[in-house]
Design a protein around this ligand. Structure first.
Ligand code: R5P
Length: 310
């Protein structure tokens, strides 16, 4: 088994390789003068099971293309099998036609990854679990819930907590975390008047005097979470702590969070944000590397991955 990293999140790849005590494959990923990507693998990988680690995070198009080109290079270098380890699976939000004449980009990206030559996909907190069915190869969807639950139990012990889904689509995720913590559930009734814009219509459930644990898969512009947090405080919540798997954090998201009523935003390192959030006091990053490393180990040894979540 060997690990190869793309350029999107080398810090996470290094942590995973340390966990597995396995060096990253010696390779160069470079650009031609016009921006086209090329990769050279500088060691023999014939007959090896290769795990290529690459998030489809910003710049999403470049990182996706890099992943596809890496898979193609691995296939043409006679790797025995290729697992695309995609900590953040971008393009997943367009998983159905919400309005007519739009793309289902999650399906297109699944087709591209399979066609390039991947034999298996490992990812974290897919935007919608059914995206697994867009692939005809095995997909292991890992959950950050146990990592978040551990952090909450350690840091918010004794508080009168409630788990909150920031929209109806996030109910299952919030319920899963609430179940581990043995706390109740509230739901934010969010509407999207236009892509990238969100409005809170109502809060379903009583949040008065509660410590709210807002949980979501993605924080992008920050609108969903910041609007929800503000509304929770307006409805009498004592404080709001936010747990989000993927810190996309585009545009002015960090500024919005800094100025918001959010006590703390906790994200994972599926996307490398360490430069962006260096001096931000109310954002904390938990590493997903141990979980991903363990999943890779188990896939390699043909042992259960789902046992990790029991
Ligand atoms: C939506 O269904 C997702 O789960 C997130 O709530 C959404 O992508 C967050 O986007 P933003 O931060 O731009 O509101």
């Amino acid at each position: 088994m060997k690990l190869l990293t793309g350029n999107s999140n080398k810090n996470l790849s290094i942590k995973i390789s340390k966990y597995l005590k396995s060096k990253l494959v010696n390779s160069n990923i470079k650009n031609f003068a016009d921006g086209e990507i090329y990769i050279e693998i500088n060691e023999n990988i014939r007959g090896n099971s290769i795990f290529i680690i690459q998030s489809i995070s910003s710049p999403a198009n470049d990182n996706l293309m890099e992943l596809l080109i890496c898979i193609d290079a691995l296939k043409r270098s006679s790797a025995k099998n290729i697992t695309a380890v995609i900590p953040y699976f971008g393009y997943a939000r367009q998983d159905r036609k919400v309005v007519p004449r739009t793309s289902i980009s999650a399906k297109l990206v699944s087709n591209l990854i399979t066609k390039a030559g991947a034999d298996r996909v490992v990812t974290v907190d897919l935007h919608a679990g059914q995206i697994q069915g867009f692939f005809d190869i095995p997909v292991d969807n890992l959950f950050s819930t146990p990592i978040f639950a551990r952090h909450i139990k350690k840091n918010l012990k004794g508080k009168n907590m409630i788990c909150v889904a920031p929209d109806v689509g996030g109910t299952q995720r919030a319920r899963a975390l609430g179940k581990i913590l043995d706390i109740g559930l509230a739901i934010v009734d969010k509407r999207r008047p236009a892509p990238g814009k969100s409005r809170v219509m109502n809060i379903i459930g009583n949040v008065k005097n509660k410590t709210c644990i807002l949980v979501d898969d993605i924080i992008d512009s920050g609108g969903t979470i910041v609007n929800a947090a503000n509304e929770l405080i307006t409805k009498g919540a004592k404080e709001v702590h936010v747990y989000v798997s993927h810190g996309v954090l585009s545009g002015s998201a960090i500024d919005k969070i800094k100025k918001s009523k959010i006590k703390k935003l906790v994200i994972t390192d599926t996307i490398d944000n360490h430069e962006k959030i260096k001096k931000v006091r109310n954002i904390e990053v938990l590493s997903i590397s141990g979980l991903m490393g363990e999943a890779i180990k188990r896939i390699s040894n043909s042992t259960s991955v789902s046992d990790l979540f029991k």
